[in-house]
Write a protein of this length. Structure first.
Length: 309
């Protein structure tokens, strides 16, 4: 079973539309901002995910409601999994962290089992160009960088129903791997939940449509749309925001750009980068040096790079 807040396809002019041919350019832009860490836009999709899931739960005979009824009757568990991360979350992880408590409140009021959030680890960060890869390339990349899934004993202690949450369904390679793995190890059911499902007739022939969606608002440069993300008071660094800011193609604009960012957000970026990458990563060396020097001058870190703790 798949549940989604939105369905997107494209028209003959390559505009994003829904099933009713309604133009969804603004929604695509919101998704792009969310993908790069805009908290207010992540929150928008999170609340819509919660509304969509709750609307299914409160239907007495819906397939999703039945999963919770069965889990209650058999003293089983319902758990949420989102794509694994190393130390820096993706926007999808944050979306479901926001949505989950809202959903659990409704479940609790209905006296149904609440959902446990199971966080999957990832030893290596995903490829920067993942959104442009074909389905075959995604599967091959997943063997190296994909999340680490629970072992058989996770499912055998008691019955476990899996909800797999992600921000978008394009080729389904990640969710298919999680589904096949869970069911083969004994999961009682597997349900996928998305903010957006992309028309499979489009994504099958052109998986790079994901990159077009990702770049609806953020096009890879440090412009005013990017500034909108980094200046938010609730800013949480995600992998895409780190890679956007530190991209060597943006090096010439970096010093001017960070002058507009609250110092606390720059410190968050610094901490997130050092927790996820290595100072030996020469791709970002010059950019992180600018960030480091800026934080030293502004007395946020020691000259050796350590935090003022």
């Amino acid at each position: 079973m798949k549940i989604s807040s939105y369905f997107l396809t494209i028209d003959k002019n390559s505009n994003f539309i829904d099933k009713n041919d309604t133009n969804k350019t603004l929604l695509a832009e919101q998704y792009s901002l969310a993908k790069y860490g805009s908290y207010k836009d992540i929150e928008y999709f999170a609340k819509n995910i919660a509304k969509t899931v709750i609307s299914e739960i409160i239907k007495p005979n819906s397939e999703l409601r039945n999963i919770f009824e069965v889990a209650k009757a058999n003293n089983e568990y319902v758990v949420l999994m989102t794509p694994g991360f190393r130390n820096v979350k993706a926007s999808a992880n944050i979306m479901f962290e926001i949505a989950l408590p809202l959903i659990n409140i409704q479940l609790s009021l209905l006296k149904l089992p609440v959902i446990a959030n199971v966080k999957l680890p990832r030893l290596a960060s995903p490829s920067e160009n993942y959104a442009s890869l074909s389905e075959e390339e995604r599967k091959a990349m997943g063997e190296i960088t994909d999340h680490i899934l629970p072992d058989t004993n996770f499912y055998q202690a008691k019955g476990v129903h899996i909800l797999y949450g992600d921000d978008i369904l394009i080729t389904g390679s990640s969710s298919d791997k999680a589904r096949n793995d869970a069911l083969s190890k004994g999961a009682k059911s597997f349900t996928s939940i998305y903010a957006i499902i992309m028309d499979k007739n489009i994504s099958k022939n052109n998986p790079a449509i994901e990159e077009k969606l990702n770049r609806s608002a953020i096009i890879g440069i440090l412009d005013n749309r990017a500034k909108e993300i980094f200046t938010q008071k609730d800013f949480i660094p995600v992998l895409r925001s780190l890679r956007l800011l530190l991209n060597k193609d943006n090096l010439s604009n970096l010093e001017d750009f960070i002058n507009f960012i609250p110092i606390n957000n720059i410190l968050k970026i610094y901490i997130a980068y050092l927790n996820n990458e290595s100072l030996e990563n020469h791709k970002y060396k010059s950019s992180i040096e600018i960030i480091t020097n800026y934080l030293i001058v502004n007395k946020q870190i020691h000259r050796d790079g350590n935090l003022l703790i």
